[in-house]
Design a protein. Structure first.
Length: 159
């Protein structure tokens, strides 16, 4: 597996993976799916967008950007997406570790996740294993596709 910066030719596969998670409605806050134009705009606007590949097939990706502006712009935020048929193979862990290194190189001091859904046990276990600390719990912070609300748990790690 290789992790590298995304290229425009990767967009179709990236968008399929991203949209799959958006449509599942249990992890990303976005509700709108991406098309080629909006996907290019979205991924190009990030501080960094990385893709995980096996034999040039995109199997996962992440976006990295400031969590806020101005006096809080030293805090990064990231989101991760892994192809459904590649989940459970530690691709997410490798994406998180890569994003930590890229965030350091880009000058960020902290990596924070704002909206980890409380029932996303795999993600929470991974973040805690890698040294992230939970900041607390925000009751009913995430609206799931069926319109019920679940708690979210922000996490952070100092870089």
């Amino acid at each position: 597996m290789n992790i590298r910066k995304f290229r425009e030719r990767d967009l179709k596969e990236m968008i399929m993976i991203w949209n799959d998670i958006v449509e599942e409605g249990i992890a990303f806050p976005q509700e709108d799916i991406l098309n080629l134009q909006s996907g290019n705009d979205f991924f190009s606007s990030q501080t960094y967008t990385g893709v995980a590949t096996i034999n040039e097939r995109i199997i996962g990706l992440y976006i990295l950007h400031p969590n806020n502006v101005g006096r809080c712009s030293h805090i990064a935020n990231a989101s991760y997406a892994v192809s459904p048929d590649m989940r459970g193979k530690h691709i997410g862990e490798k994406l998180v570790l890569d994003s930590i290194e890229v965030a350091r190189k880009k000058g960020f001091l902290i990596l924070q996740y704002n909206a980890v859904v409380e029932t996303n046990h795999a993600a929470r276990h991974l973040y805690e294993k890698l040294g992230f600390k939970q900041l607390g719990t925000i009751p009913k912070g995430f609206k799931v596709n069926d319109n019920h609300f679940e708690n979210i748990c922000p996490y952070y790690i100092e870089l």
